[in-house]
Design a protein around this ligand. Structure first.
Ligand code: RRO
Length: 305
């Protein structure tokens, strides 16, 4: 009988395999997220949701770069009260359903996270890393005092695992991870997008309406792997690697750097959700070839060399 090598325990959640849908991909509806579940993803993270509805930035909100995408969507979302209907539906998924949460103050993070968990979210992922919306996202995640306050306050009211998604746009991500860990986070997601921009050479106009956005996709994978490696050296928390995963080898690289699971975003947006299957199959074949019984055996293995 084939042994199950792929299951992972992630901060109290059981995943059938170490792949997850990253936040921001395929919108906020339970129906579209349910379609991802059918393709084999081990867990799902929603687009970030806040206290009030937000339109986001005007178009263009996404441009193609040579090895990825630059986006400045501007946190479009229907607000938590509207989104609760989708969470209730998603409760029936047979994989963990994680709601990404943002706020413009610690109190807002707390209120949104509590509503998400009360509606049935299996965990929340605090977005303290969106690179281009003022007074939230990375403006919180780059400020150790504010970051600690947000994490601490959410942890006092939420009885489900609290993941914290960090920004690479900092001088020392390991220090920020340590602040996050000391404030009581259950896991760290690394990384959100890298601050970037593109300019039209004919018109001399920045291509995004917001001018500055966040770069995702293969271009940022080495940055993300380095961040996971540095965080693993500094803190004991489980890490979820995110940034430029497009195949099983990328995913395995993150596991070797110290991630317990990997999120896939841009590649799903570009190539479609079928890639989950090939990534899962590839990791399984790799473990089998190396004579290993579990994903756990390769988490952080590169630190031994
Ligand atoms: O909505 C966005 O513009 C956005 C978010 Br919330 C985020 O966390 N990261 C990003 O690149 N874009």
């Amino acid at each position: 009988m084939e042994i199950n090598r792929l299951g992972v325990d992630l901060a109290g959640l059981r995943l059938a395999n170490p792949t997850m849908l990253a936040s921001g991909i395929l919108g906020l509806s339970a129906e579209s997220l349910g379609n991802i579940v059918k393709t084999g993803a081990g867990a799902i993270v929603t687009k970030s949701v806040g206290l009030k509805p937000r339109k986001g930035y005007p178009n263009p909100t996404v441009v193609q770069a040579s090895c990825g995408l630059i986006n400045a969507m501007g946190l479009p979302n229907p607000g938590i009260n509207e989104f609760i209907k989708e969470i209730r539906e998603a409760k029936n998924f047979d994989v963990p359903f994680i709601v990404s949460v943002y706020g413009f103050s610690a109190e807002e993070y707390v209120r949104v996270a509590k509503k998400a968990v009360d509606a049935g979210a299996d965990a929340v992922e605090l977005n303290v890393s969106c690179p281009h919306v003022g007074e939230t996202g990375s403006e919180i995640g780059q400020n150790p005092k504010l970051l600690a306050e947000v994490v601490r306050k959410v942890k006092t009211v939420v009885e489900k695992p609290v993941f914290v998604k960090l920004s690479p746009n900092v001088t020392n991500i390991a220090e920020i991870a340590e602040v996050t860990a000391k404030a009581g986070a259950d896991a760290i997601t690394a990384i959100n997008t890298v601050k970037a921009m593109a300019i039209d050479t004919e018109t001399a106009i920045p291509l995004l309406s917001n001018k500055i956005g966040g770069l995702s996709g293969p271009a940022i994978k080495p940055i993300a792997v380095r961040c996971v490696y540095e965080i693993h050296e500094r803190v004991k928390l489980p890490i979820i690697g995110c940034g430029g995963v497009t195949n099983w080898r990328d995913a395995t690289e993150f596991l070797l750097a110290g991630a317990s699971a990997v999120q896939i975003g841009t590649a799903v947006a570009i190539k479609g959700p079928n890639m989950f299957k090939s990534i899962i199959r590839g990791i399984n074949a790799y473990l089998k070839k190396k004579g290993l019984k579990s994903v756990k055996e390769i988490v952080g293995l590169s630190h031994c060399s």
